[in-house]
Design a protein around this ligand. Structure first.
Ligand code: C2E
Ligand code: CA
Ligand code: CA
Length: 578
């Protein structure tokens, strides 16, 4: 069935079909022939005897392999094909549904998989075409893609080089890296409707748009007719990657206008990370590519991580983020209040406002889980303002209920300092609420001021001029010394609960707590110890002249109504003692 080589055009696609049944071959060949543009030259390989000769000596672009071709082990056969065909892409076909067979075959080296169950000419032609494009890019400088390669529009080698360099850097610095492989869905029909030139334009626009959306991207290149690849260096964690995926997905949502037509495009994204999914460029490319093919199975724009664990956690984060977006609007967020007790008088001096999320399906979600998501997505900015609004409301309510002078402390995230309108917005909130600002305290960590210290200091001063005071949260866990912070308007230091909880187990904890207290006092700052759970911890803190304590020993964070009850009970008990 092989055509003499001289009748082939140099840019013609050559497909070898490995199937034992001639009828099968005719069927597959007819499906491929239905794609007129593909003009594939299809050859039949009926058995293993012919196979070796054909695979080794005739050069095919794509191998279509029916898994029933031989009865041996699929993995070793794929390996044999890879070696003897010099790594030509293999499209595997079998009777099972993709869910049953595809993951194993893809893992064993097949480049793509189709089920024979519902195989049609579109599916087959598209899969073969996709593999061919990639194959062409790798080894040919002919045809349309060849031109693109020659003109530098597509540069797979350069990208490979960049990836290798990025990996070296990541290895040296002990950083993580992510490789994203993006493939535009159904690019063929775009080309068919608008022509290759417009298809090219679309890819260029898409690349430009992504480059703008992803300021941090380290390399973005077109590596195929319908493919882009991105390298993201210095990835911190999976949240970092999910944020990037979200940006890509958002960038794709907006239609791209070509010739006055607004085209909505879908794409499939495969993600492979170093070191989880591989430690060399080849593996990472292959795995991101495989993950991209997996993503193709989901409708619309979708993504897949090669690393399953990462995929699960990214899905979780993205879902959490989407849910969180609705949470604020849907009234699912609630503020709990944890009292802070004065050591000398045993009076409740203030309360810390702590966020809780009543998730409709998952129940109460703690801030340790959702605050990082809110910070990464920027949602912490509106949420943070909402907490201040709630605090102001409760501050007024407390006075009306007979608890005037109660300080309300609100946590401020480092991310809120990225909002250039922070002081203005806070000013508006307290102005509208008409509260005594001296009862409002903002808690911040040292790291909140690291990003842009000058701007942060200005914010602190401006807010301080409005009467708001500041507390340094989680003190002892960061790097700065208190004396570095003395020029800031900070009136209170909160000792991190890890030190309090180490009391009795570590002599260091005692020394550190004593040192923080005496230094703070010498700088005219008060001290609150957090996480006080036992009588023993309380005794130590009293002896060490700590000013206030906060912890489960007195009360856990609680909803507003419980707090009112708690304050009333304590007041009644105090009256009885007098
Ligand atoms: P944080 O500011 O250090 O808050 C103190 C945390 O210690 C709270 O955890 C509190 O429930 C917990 N805690 C208090 N006493 C004890 C104790 O005796 N034992 C133990 N084991 N834990 C105690 P929570 O409420 O889970 O909040 C965790 C963190 O989430 C907070 O740490 C804060 O950084 C953040 N967070 C909470 N609400 C907000 C908010 O409205 N905005 C921002 N930006 N962050 C918030
Ligand atoms: Ca706090
Ligand atoms: Ca704290």
């Amino acid at each position: 069935m092989t055509l003499p080589q001289d009748t082939q055009r140099p840019d013609q696609l050559r497909v070898l079909v490995l199937t034992a049944q001639h009828a099968d071959f005719l069927w597959l060949a007819s499906l491929l022939a239905a794609d007129a543009e593909l003009e594939a030259d299809v050859t039949w390989c009926p058995d293993l005897v012919d196979c070796d000769d054909l695979v080794r000596n005739a050069s095919f672009d794509v191998l279509v392999w029916d898994c029933a071709f031989h009865s041996g082990d699929a993995a070793s056969f794929l390996q044999y094909l890879a070696v003897s065909s010099d790594d030509k892409p293999v499209l595997a076909l079998s009777a099972e549904s993709p869910g049953e067979r595809a993951p194993a075959l893809l893992a064993e080296g097949a480049s793509d998989y189709l089920s024979r169950q519902a195989l049609d000419r579109w599916q087959l032609a598209r899969a073969v075409r996709c593999l061919w494009y990639r194959e062409q890019l790798a080894c040919s400088a002919r045809g349309h893609l060849g031109r693109a390669l020659a003109t530098g529009v597509i540069n797979r080698d350069l990208f490979f080089d960049r990836l290798q360099q990025a990996l070296l850097r990541a290895e040296r610095a002990g950083h993580r890296l992510a490789l994203l492989h993006l493939n535009v869905d159904d690019f063929r029909s775009i080309n068919e409707s608008f022509g290759y030139q417009k298809g090219d334009q679309l890819m260029i626009r898409l690349a430009e748009r992504l480059r703008r959306a992803l300021r941090r991207v380290d390399a973005l290149m077109r590596i195929g007719g319908d493919e882009l690849a991105l390298i993201i260096e210095r990835v911190e964690d999976s949240l970092d990657i999910t944020r990037i995926i979200r940006k890509v997905v958002t960038a794709l949502e907006e239609p791209i206008v070509i010739d006055g037509n607004a085209l909505v495009i879908n794409a499939s994204l495969g993600v492979a990370t170093y070191p989880e999914s591989g430690d060399n460029a080849e593996n990472l490319m292959r795995r991101a590519n495989r993950a991209m093919f997996e993503a193709k199975r989901d409708p619309g724009t979708s993504y897949r991580f090669y690393d399953r664990q990462l995929h699960i956690s990214a899905g979780h984060q993205l879902r959490l983020e989407a849910d969180l977006r609705n949470a604020l609007r849907g009234g699912e967020l609630e503020v709990y209040y944890q009292p802070r007790v004065d050591m000398a008088t045993e009076e409740v001096r203030g309360v810390e406002c702590l966020l809780r999320w009543n998730h409709p399906q998952r129940g109460l979600v703690g801030p340790d889980e959702f605050i990082p998501v809110a910070e990464r997505s920027g949602l912490i900015v509106p949420i943070g303002y909402w907490v201040i609004e709630q605090a102001c409301k409760r501050l007024q309510a407390a006075a009306e209920l007979g608890f005037p002078g109660l300080v309300f402390a609100v946590n401020l995230s480092f991310r809120q300092f990225h909002d250039r309108k922070m002081t203005e917005t806070i000013f508006r909130i307290i102005f509208n609420a008409n509260v005594d600002t001296s009862l409002l305290e903002l808690e911040l960590t040292e790291s909140a001021m690291m990003h842009d210290p000058e701007y942060a200091q200005r914010c602190l001063r401006e807010l301080n001029q409005l009467g708001i005071s500041f507390a340094l949260d989680d003190f002892g866990t960061g790097f700065s010394s208190l004396s570095n912070l003395q020029h800031l308007p900070i009136s209170l230091v909160k000792i991190d609960k890890s030190f309090v909880q180490a009391l009795g187990h570590s002599a260091d904890a005692e020394h550190i707590i004593r040192a923080i207290i005496s230094l703070s006092h010498s700088l005219q700052m008060s001290v609150v110890a957090e996480g006080v759970e036992t009588e023993g911890q309380l005794d130590f803190l009293r002896q060490a002249h700590c000013d206030e304590v906060q912890g489960y020993y007195y009360a856990r964070p609680m909803p507003w109504n419980d707090l009112v009850q708690f304050l009333s009970n304590r007041e009644a008990a105090a009256c009885l003692r007098q």
